[in-house]
Design a protein around this ligand. Sequence first.
Ligand code: DGL
Length: 370
Amino acid sequence: MNFKIWKWRLFVLLLCLSFCCSALWAEENKPRILLLGTGGTIVGVANQNSPTGYTAGQLTVEELVRSLPGFERLGVDLKAEQVANIASQDMDYPVWKALVERIERAAAQDEADAFVITHGTDTLEETAFFLELALDIDNPVVLVGAMRPTTSLSADGPQNLWEAIQVASSVDSFGRGVLVSFAGEIFPARYATKASTLQTGAFAPTFGGAIGFTDAHRAHYYVASAKKQRRPWSLDWSKLESLPKVEIIPVYAGAGGEALLQALERGAQGIVIAGVGDGNMPASMLQACKRAQERGVPVVRATRVFQGYVHKDHEFKDSDYGTVAAYDLSPQKARILLQLLLARGVRDLERIQAALVGDQPGALRFAEEE
Ligand code: DGL
């Protein structure tokens, strides 16, 4: 009888020990998330302008996390830093430089397993794409924002931030490049775009669909992580105080070539046409394209159309006007890739076109080879 009691006592003791060890292990192995704040509505506060009026970039990201009860249930080791605190219509290269240098340093010194960046929604897609091109790491980098300020009746920021941390701390998020997590959906930086000024589900993809979603517990992906063929456009940021000036020229019925010519006069080193349809522009702009070609200023044809991509030499003869096609990049993202190419001294149209085509996921590049 004695032996049986001791056997049970030993079993219970071992069970308690294994529970304590696993709890210790979990504590020691919490995903380390570095949360970098840049401002935006997610830390916005109501103002007196109107019942729904607010001012973006009012709280620090530290205050945001402290104000959200229950974050410890996420089971992550969270460290928050403020990189900027601006409305994202004021976003520009100096903040991008600070972000990329902080992330590169943290990754090199193994300070964090993943990164979450809180950001205004107006230019969130541009910061995401810049980091997608600039960073050469597999750690998850997840951008998140909100459509309602923290003081609104039902702020969407807390849930968005919770989900973004879930996405960042998911092992399935490694090697997927920069991600945008918004209103329960996960988008690749290349295609995420702000599609509504009103809805809390404000983001949509300009190509394909969301690549995953988050529920109250974790991130789920529809597709396996296709190991990204890294084409690192990373640079020595310490030597780059500003990006080359590239202007976006809108096209609309009746547009002329004046805006493009004025951009050349203002010293633009590159031009992106936000064309109609398949990156088309009126005959009145063709002479201005020729002028850019004579000055060695590359012109990339993108489209104002929300979805789809711009073909080379389809309806518009690029070879006649010294232009290249943006393919699956929106005008604002084609501009960022062109800026980084020019910053690396790439001005040759063939190489710029190859970069625009070559930087695409395989499926699209296949379309080019038809
Ligand atoms: N001013 C806008 C910005 O900071 C507010 C939009 C938002 O963050 O949702 O991008």
